[in-house]
Design a protein around this ligand. Structure first.
Ligand code: HSE
Length: 298
């Protein structure tokens, strides 16, 4: 009758995998609760931690939950409460966490009629409603956990990729807002074949490195020659963070989703802490407020 869940923040793209790779952050996300009600339909009773619409047609969680109820028509309704653990517009899949959390939570109260893949499809409706594109990278990472590959969109095919045991994440969030839609408007419509070759070779390298625990290969493959060059100007001091992280021994660094957050992947806790300190100290020299976290990928 009542359920409380954690819906994780996520890093999409992971450098080379634009719209097709994502990973889940272990310790950052939304708390959501779901309660059956005698009154049919979906209601978002309360949102704390961010100012977002409770109108179910304008809220990612509401859109998803409503679409699921339309299909199943249960003889009860569901009241949802959301506590946002981090800011929307951060590049850490905020709408995706709410959308994926809603898909998961509502499915539980309905008695689990839907598969994970179907839940991902529902959650994509939330992404479409909030940022204009039904992107699957963040929502699938939030639902499946760990590292995921969106191998195909139509029909949707999600592949869960193993996470090497020592893989760690540092993520810095400069407090500026980058709208996903704006960050998509700057993307090239066409890319030269030689750039495409480099990019998909790096995706292959990254996936291979994750399967074989080859941290050097993971690091060498965390390259994005297509999206990062056109988006990094939207993010204050991106180059400073990236070069500082790599100098401190990170495997690689890049834009988290559509930004402005910047992620670095590291091998082991000691290196993660070193990268965290270095990036934090470097960013303190700028005039931009920020927050920074470390996490496992889980
Ligand atoms: N892959 C998306 C983008 C992330 O980079 O625009 C937002 O879901």
């Amino acid at each position: 009758k009542y359920l409380k869940i954690f819906a994780p923040a996520t890093v999409a793209n992971v450098s080379c995998g634009f719209d097709s790779l994502g990973l889940a952050i272990d310790n950052l996300g939304d708390q959501m609760s779901f309660e059956k009600s005698d009154e049919k339909g979906i209601r978002i009773k309360k949102i704390t931690g961010a100012s977002l619409p409770t109108d179910i047609n304008k809220n990612a969680a509401g859109v998803v939950a409503n679409a699921m109820l339309q299909q199943v028509s249960p003889n009860f309704g569901i009241d949802i409460e959301i506590h946002k653990g981090y800011k929307p517009g951060s590049g850490l899949g905020s709408s995706a966490a709410s959308a994926a959390g809603a898909a998961f939570g509502v499915n539980q109260l309905l008695g689990n009629p839907f598969s994970l893949l179907e839940l991902t499809q529902f959650a994509m409706l939330g992404e479409e409603a909030t940022c204009g594109s039904p992107i699957a990278d963040n929502v699938s990472a939030a639902l499946y956990g760990g590292f995921v590959l969106v191998r195909n969109y139509d029909p949707l095919d999600i592949v869960k990729i193993p996470v090497p045991i020592e893989l760690r994440l540092v993520c810095i969030h400069p407090e500026v807002t980058v709208k996903t839609k704006d960050a998509r408007d700057v993307l090239p419509k066409e890319i030269p074949l030689k750039n495409a070759v480099k990019q998909w070779a790096n995706v292959g390298g990254l996936i291979s490195g994750l399967y074989s625990n080859d941290y050097e290969l993971i690091g060498n493959s965390l390259v994005d020659i297509i999206v990062e060059p056109v988006r990094k100007h939207l993010i204050p001091h991106f180059d400073l963070v990236k070069s500082t992280a790599i100098k401190a021994g990170a495997l690689g660094a890049g834009i988290s989703g559509s930004g402005p957050s910047i992620f670095a992947l590291c091998k082991g806790d000691a290196n993660m802490n070193k990268v965290y300190d270095a990036v934090k100290n470097a960013y303190k020299t700028t005039s931009i407020n920020f927050s920074i976290i470390t996490s496992e990928v889980n």
